[in-house]
Ligand binder design. Structure first.
Ligand code: SAJ
Length: 436
């Protein structure tokens, strides 16, 4: 077992570290966020001992109490159960483990360049405790080549180990792979088990080793490939969706310009056996689809005109909606407006990177007292709206008070609410919720 001697200053520390490291886990999950925590819990449920690692002491404390810091279907009960059973524990320090999974954020900066510093920090964290025979698997959405950079960090910090890609003809001491998460927020626990996984190794032996690990808790197929292909597969999936949503959003602008109902156009076009147009909306939100295409654009700017343009079309949609709602408010200066929904998509309580919130914030900043926000997934207005003068209302009250309505999110709660209450109102429906 490897101990980073430079971090140990005396015998007492050495013996404490030895005690801690004597406890070897099947899996160490680095990052206990939206992907890491559910993944750790699902793996623990499959009977593997899991140590979750996070830089936040608050998150570590919560998890050790069997509690969660995020909202996700069935997650709280699952975490409670695996923590009670002793299969999931958490710490701010990395343990010795057979498998290290990295699921940390990979945001982009102002210049749309990917920031993989948290992935590389995770590699630095793992390096001192990585044992011979250990396996490091990156799950964070990453630019092509990131897994190789993880290997470089490990090679630099652990010259005593033969690291794939850095050991010539020598047989590697550890395995390194990339396996992107592909789960949909709101269905994470279900999809972690059901979805196919693409497992890309630094070598084919790395891929095989990582693939065998995933088959222990995944019911879908686990398909082996190279790390570079697996990295690009993930970016391809989200770019595919972004480009197709941009097409739908562009159609909505064209149809609006021509006075045609875009929802009817899409519904009828989709009756063609080889056409499947997605749905227009107020813009693309969330932390993946609006981000990941930029990872392809930054790697190959000359080759990605379509992907870049799709991003720009989707990013421009909230401003268009704000313009339309402002025009409605200007045309009826006495009227109040009901804004339905703040979440980044239907039936979730996640308001981060939400075009609906961005729109509500802009409308409320100019017309605060005239704005009634309806969002069944919160008990209070988010900070961005708190001092604007807008009020949080119920669907029924808002429909009684407002003459104008902006549909920003098509939550099921709105779809099943009494439609007749909106009759006679001036409606701008970004989601086609009330389309015929
Ligand atoms: N949206 C539309 N029109 C549509 C579909 C979606 O405007 O027809 C909008 C949504 O309202 C939302 C945004 O797009 O604002 C993204 O929503 P989403 O449901 O398409 O995707 P995410 O971001 O919740 O999750 C995606 C998924 N990727 C794909 O479907 C290819 C998920 O499988 C990934 O794991 C996730 O990104 C991720 O973590 O990368």
């Amino acid at each position: 077992m490897y101990i980073n001697q430079s971090q140990l200053t005396d015998d007492k520390q050495l013996s404490e570290a030895s005690k801690e490291q004597a406890e070897r886990f099947d899996v160490a999950m680095i990052g206990l966020g939206y992907i890491g925590l559910p993944t750790a819990a699902v793996i623990a449920r499959a009977g593997l001992s899991v140590r979750g690692v996070d830089i936040s002491g608050r998150i570590v404390d919560l998890v050790n109490q069997g509690k969660v810091h995020i909202q996700e279907t069935d997650l709280d009960a699952l975490v409670k159960s695996v923590v009670t059973d002793g299969m999931l524990t958490a710490s701010t320090e990395p343990p010795v483990a057979d498998i290290y999974l990295i699921a940390v954020p990979t945001p982009f900066g102002e210049d749309k360049q990917p920031d993989i510093s948290m992935v590389l920090d995770a590699a630095h964290l793992i390096a001192p405790v990585l044992p011979v025979g250990g396996c490091v698997i990156l799950e964070s959405t990453s630019p092509v080549g990131t897994t190789q950079q993880v290997a470089s960090v490990l090679a630099e910090m652990r010259p005593d180990l033969a690291i794939p890609g850095h050991c010539g003809d020598k047989s590697p001491d550890v395995h390194i792979a990339y396996c992107p998460e592909r789960v949909l927020p709101g269905k994470i626990i279900e999809e972690l088990v059901a979805n196919d996984r693409v497992v890309g190794g630094m070598t084919s032996e790395c891929a095989r080793h990582a693939q065998q690990f995933y088959t222990r808790f995944v019911r879908g197929d686990c398909i082996e490939t190279s790390a570079g292909v697996a990295e690009m597969v993930k970016l391809t999936e989200n770019s595919f969706r972004d480009v197709n949503i941009a097409f739908a959003n562009e159609l909505s602008l064209v149809a609006e310009h021509m006075g045609i109902d875009v929802w009817e156009v899409i519904r009828l076009a989709n009756r063609h056996p080889r056409v499947n147009v997605l749905q227009p909306g107020p813009g693309v939100g969330g932390h993946c689809i609006a981000v990941d295409p930029w990872f392809l654009v930054s790697s190959a700017p000359e080759q990605t005109r379509l992907i870049r343009t799709a991003r720009e079309v989707n990013d421009a949609k909230p401003a268009h909606v704000i313009g339309r709602l402002n025009a409605m408010l200007a045309a009826s200066p006495e009227a109040k407006i009901a804004l339905l929904g703040l979440a980044f998509k239907p039936n979730i309580d996640d308001f981060r990177e939400s075009p609906a919130l961005e729109i509500a914030q802009r409308i409320a900043s100019e017309h605060g007292e005239r704005v009634l926000v309806v969002e069944p997934f919160t008990d209070e207005l988010p900070p961005a709206l708190a001092d604007s003068g807008a009020v949080l209302s119920t669907y029924e009250k808002a429909m009684a008070e407002a003459e104008l309505v902006g549909v920003l999110v098509d939550h099921d709660a709105f779809r099943s609410a009494p439609r007749y209450l909106s009759v006679g109102k001036i409606v701008y429906d970004t989601r086609g919720m009330w389309a015929q």
